[in-house]
Design a protein around this ligand. Structure first.
Ligand code: GLC
Length: 735
């Protein structure tokens, strides 16, 4: 690792791969203690990679196989160049590292566009011209465009211009800010309240390769169980055993697919985590076993606030073992949350995470299949919940956590809680993949959990915002993400609910959820017409499970987002750079929802190449803007020419029956798809028990390559359905 010094400012450059470079700065040559919460690998754990150093009178140049890093001798400023000598990620000034400021200023290149920044409000995809703060916050106010701090903090930006994409991850968990050309239109500046200047640059040049770099450093979503890709139904709160049973029955009677029921805080005994309410949920084991027989999984909420109740085992144990966060004066920190007076586990500690992970046994023993980690910014109310919620704050910033303070640990509180949950479940359920969901998180949270966008409203604006939000989360590394379908706060109208379910049924994480003060928002609450729309779109999701599951596999291997902004596949088409309201699901399906009331039309941009209207098979030549006609029953969907889309039968839940027949919709053109299959719920795939089938279409002819891997799918028929080809008839073959 070459180290350079400029005016007592030391710079360490680590070439981790030819496309992944780490830069660290230290005043007086002293590098701070390494914090490795988010990254998967320390520098020394990367395989050695070749680079050479060239020195000129003006510059020191480090060349990797893909790019060059230039350090100016007189100023210490850095810039990067690609193989075409194009400059990127260039310092505008030398980084400032004093006891009060820690900041880096980069010049914005002509035509450079910025994305990522984790979870954000406001319905724009491209994010130039604003300031973004990274500080995990219980955003209890409506998520309007003026809201800057959200539940998740991911200090990553993703830069796009023709033929040159890269990303930057600021490896600093203190409160930080990215000023994206707001103060100075020619500058993107990142700064933090403490810690070091330590950042990584991921070079593409394509978006896919950028995500691959992010995955190498910050990890990927492990492959979820297939049932977790089904529809999840939630509400704050289903208050009793009977209510949950009734809910489950409704789904099956109405034949609306659903796999998961979420148990919100009311299942607990006085909001004491890891307990069950003694009268309303008398026999949770039986309830969950009965649900399971009907094809439902149970996911229970867990909050970090532990009720300060001397008679409660979690509080007693945590106190005895010294597991709770302490104030500067050494006393345990107390704050109000749902159970009123509460204390908080210090998730930065390995022993505390292990303890918390094991506590989940009280739930898994009853048959619970997943944990929903909530309120883990963490949220702390200004007064008891029993007296009304009051304002939300957090733990005192000078409270101690491991060998640091909450100021540094705050942004990773939710991240570390999700880690405790994920790692604990892995031990408790060694043969079954579990599901974890978290509200708060940090860069790299995908290693442990799916995420959702918190307490949105039943507003058209929030339906709209969910598109760029999910895309930017995917670019930031978190693909398994969705918004509460129908909106959490306020009451959805039938029309809003129908439109939201259309697009929500294709969110990577598809869950309907609503607030205890809002109307019930299950799919049948809005009349028959809307119920049918919900059924039809959820069925579409379930038929597409082979496609979606393959995308999740790809994401688990390479960090490729499931939902992708249009530029992901058309990075050189600048018309895609601001398209916030249409999304690619994988590289074959384009979804363009309606997000306005009383509206049955919208403009859709179809980039270069040929496209098919999913509903009518009409062939449309791109690049073009079209007006899509979309009465309430229709959400505009398009398929790229050369696509092969695998799908399965209609299902009431993901594992209801074997994937038979397997249908391949083949669209004229050139392309390919990799179908991934395994048993859908165990870890056998980690030992190679999975099957990969490459489906290739050339000259409009489909070639099914020989299946690779050790998993044998059920014996089945394969139905091949041609689209846009001379030959119209469907063909059936034995697999
Ligand atoms: C928070 C969560 C919400 C949940 C509620 C009650 O507001 O964001 O999803 O329903 O708490 O647990």
């Amino acid at each position: 690792m070459p180290t350079f010094t400029f005016d007592r400012l030391a710079l360490a450059v680590s070439v981790l791969t030819p496309k992944l470079i780490r830069l660290r700065y230290a005043r007086n040559g002293k590098f701070a203690k390494r914090r490795a919460w988010a990254v998967t690998k320390d520098d020394s754990e990367f395989a050695p990679t070749q680079s050479d150093v060239n020195e000129t009178s003006q510059e020191i140049i480090i060349n990797t196989k893909a790019i060059s890093i230039h350090i100016q001798r007189d100023t210490g400023k850095i810039h990067f160049t690609d193989s075409q000598n194009k400059i990127f990620c260039a310092d505008d000034a030398r980084p400032s590292v004093t006891s009060v400021t820690k900041s880096v200023a980069k010049s914005v290149a002509t035509g450079e566009h910025f994305y990522g920044f984790g979870e954000r409000t406001y319905s724009s995809l491209e994010r130039s011209g604003c300031i973004y703060t990274h500080w995990a916050t219980d955003t209890a106010v409506p998520h309007t465009p003026d809201v800057d701090r959200m539940y998740v903090a991911i200090p990553i930006y993703f830069s796009v211009r023709p033929n040159l994409d890269y990303a930057v991850y600021f490896n600093n968990t203190y409160r930080s800010q990215f000023d994206v050309g707001y103060t100075d239109p020619n500058q993107i500046r990142f700064s933090a309240d403490g810690g070091e200047i330590d950042y990584y640059v991921f070079y593409g040049p394509t978006p896919r390769e950028v995500n691959e770099g992010i995955a190498q450093l910050l990890g990927t979503h492990p492959l979820p169980p297939r049932w977790a890709l089904g529809y999840h139904q939630s509400r704050w709160g289903y208050k009793s055993d009977q209510e949950i049973r009734k809910l489950a029955k409704e789904f099956r009677q109405r034949e609306i697919p659903c796999d998961v029921i979420h148990f919100d805080i009311d299942y607990m005994d006085g909001y004491r985590v890891f307990t069950w309410h003694p009268t309303r949920f008398k026999n949770p084991k039986k309830l969950i076993a009965d649900l399971r027989r009907d094809g439902f999984r149970a996911v229970t909420i867990i909050d970090p606030g532990v009720k300060a109740d001397k008679k409660y085992f979690v509080y007693q144990e945590g106190l005895k073992k010294n597991y709770f966060v302490k104030k500067q004066n050494g006393k345990v920190f107390h704050g109000y949350v749902w159970p009123d007076d509460s204390v908080f586990a210090d998730f930065t500690r390995d022993d505390v995470r292990d303890w918390w992970g094991e506590l989940q046994k009280h739930l898994t023993d009853k048959g619970v299949s997943g944990i929903w980690n909530d309120m883990n910014e963490p949220a702390v109310f200004s007064k008891p919940f029993s007296a009304g919620v009051g304002n939300t704050g957090t733990i005192d910033l000078d409270a101690k956590q491991s060998d640091t303070t909450h100021a540094e640990a705050h942004n990773v509180f939710g991240y570390n809680m999700a880690r405790a949950s994920y790692e604990g479940l892995r031990k408790l359920l060694p043969d079954e993949r579990a599901f974890t969901l978290t509200r708060s998180g940090f860069a790299g949270m995908q290693k442990f959990s799916a995420g959702w966008s918190g307490d949105n409203h039943a507003w058209w604006e929030h339906l709209e915002t969910s598109l760029p939000q999910a895309c930017n989360m995917g670019l930031s590394g978190v693909s398994f993400f969705g918004a509460d379908i129908g909106g959490f706060n306020s009451d959805a109208s039938p029309e809003l609910f129908a439109r939201w379910m259309q697009v929500g049924s294709l969110y990577p994480f598809a869950r309907g959820h609503s607030h205890t003060d809002s109307i019930y928002q299950e799919p049948w609450r809005f009349g028959e017409r809307v119920e049918k729309i919900c059924r039809d779109y959820l069925r579409l999701r379930y038929r597409l499970l082979p496609y979606l599951y393959s995308l999740f596999y790809e994401s688990s291997q390479h960090g490729t987002p499931i939902w992708r902004p249009m530029f992901y596949h058309y990075p050189n088409d600048e018309r895609t750079y601001h398209l916030h309201d249409q999304v690619m699901i994988g590289d074959s399906i384009l979804v363009a929802p309606i997000y306005k009331a009383n509206c049955d039309r919208r403009v859709v941009y179809l980039p270069q190449g040929e496209w098919f209207d999913y509903w009518t098979d009409e062939k449309i030549a791109g690049a073009t803007h079209i007006t899509a006609h979309a009465p309430l029953e229709v959400m505009p969907l398009y398929v790229r020419a050369g696509a092969v889309i695998p799908s399965g039968p209609d299902l009431n839940y993901a594992d209801e029956k074997p994937l038979s027949p397997l249908t391949l919709d083949v669209y004229a053109g050139e392309g390919e798809f990799t179908l991934y299959e395994d048993d859908g719920h165990t870890f056998e795939y980690e030992k190679g028990v999975f099957a990969i089938t490459r489906l290739e279409i050339r000259d409009s002819r489909l070639k099914i390559h020989k299946r690779e891997g050790n998993y044998a799918p059920p014996s089945r028929k394969i139905i091949i359905r041609p689209h846009g080809m001379e030959r119209k008839e469907t063909v059936e073959v034995e697999d």
